[in-house]
Structures are given as structure tokens and as C-alpha cells.
Design a protein. Structure first.
Length: 152
């Protein structure tokens, strides 16, 4: 429906959120139990990019888009420092004080997640250029800072 609004002359900012990190659910809610048991590990090769953001920045960026009329079109809702899956895994293990030695092979992901495994193994490296150009300042620009806040 967004293009319809644009066609009517309405300003539309399409915030495309990366993996939003929060203590109470989402991606971390699914990953944390395995990591807490010491069973967390990189997915496949671990070289795929992960575009993530802290939940507070997700909310902040949406509010920023509402409050700044010059911001329109696609807006990458992700932290300015994407990481590879192997780094994400290390940082999450560090935040939870658990080892991350068990990689998850692609065939296991495909057994559990089916076609969604391709998304997990493919990754995407997005940069929030439009958000930064419009003046948004990320509260949690780095993964280690975001995870420290979430788990302490």
C-alpha cells in the first residue's frame, strides 16, 4: 500500500527492519536457550552478514521517520555496523558467558527450517545510510554494546 500513498502525494518512509534484538523475544528469544545451554554456534560457514538493531533503536528510528518530513522512501532499520554470523555468535556467547563451539551445518538448518534456512544461510549486509543522513543517532551502534545492555 505504500506506493499507493506515494501516488497520492503522501510522504511515505518504508522502514525495513533488520533483526531486532530484545531480551523478551524475537530472534534472541529463540537463540538464547540453546546458547545458555552451551549449544550455540555459527550457522553454516558463519560468513553471512547479519543486519541487526537494538529494539530501542527500532522504536527510535520509526519515531524519527514520523517526525522528520524530509525522510522518505526506503529506510534501512539496522545498526550502522552489520556483523558476520560468526562474530554475532561469538558476541552472543560472550554476553551470556557461554562457549560457542558447535556450528550448525546447513543440512540441519534445512531439516528444521525448510526453505527459511536459505534466508538464515544467505544473510544481508544493509547500511542505514538514509537514517544517518537524516540525523538519526543510534543509541546502540555496536553489537557488543547492544548485547551488554540486553543481558545485564
Amino acid at each position: 500500500e505504500a506506493p499507493r500513498g506515494e501516488g497520492l502525494g503522501v510522504r511515505v518512509a518504508r522502514v525495513r527492519l533488520g533483526i531486532a534484538l530484545d531480551r523478551d523475544g524475537g530472534a534472541l528469544g529463540m537463540m538464547a536457550p540453546a546458547f545458555r545451554l552451551g549449544l550455540g554456534g555459527k550457522l553454516g560457514s558463519g560468513r553471512q552478514w547479519i543486519s541487526w538493531l537494538h529494539r530501542e533503536d527500532a522504536v527510535g528510528l520509526i519515531r524519527h521517520a514520523l517526525d522528520h518530513p524530509a525522510l522518505s522512501g526506503p529506510v534501512n532499520g539496522c545498526a550502522p555496523e552489520p556483523v558476520r554470523n560468526a562474530e554475532f555468535t561469538r558476541e552472543l556467547g560472550k554476553a551470556l558467558r557461554r562457549p560457542t563451539i558447535f556450528p550448525v551445518p546447513p543440512f540441519a538448518l534445512r531439516l528444521v527450517f525448510g526453505k527459511m534456512a536459505d534466508t538464515l544461510l544467505g544473510g544481508q549486509r544493509a547500511i542505514p545510510q538514509a537514517a544517518q543522513d537524516s540525523g538519526y543517532t543510534f543509541r546502540y551502534p555496536t553489537l557488543d554494546g547492544a548485547l551488554k545492555e540486553i543481558f545485564t
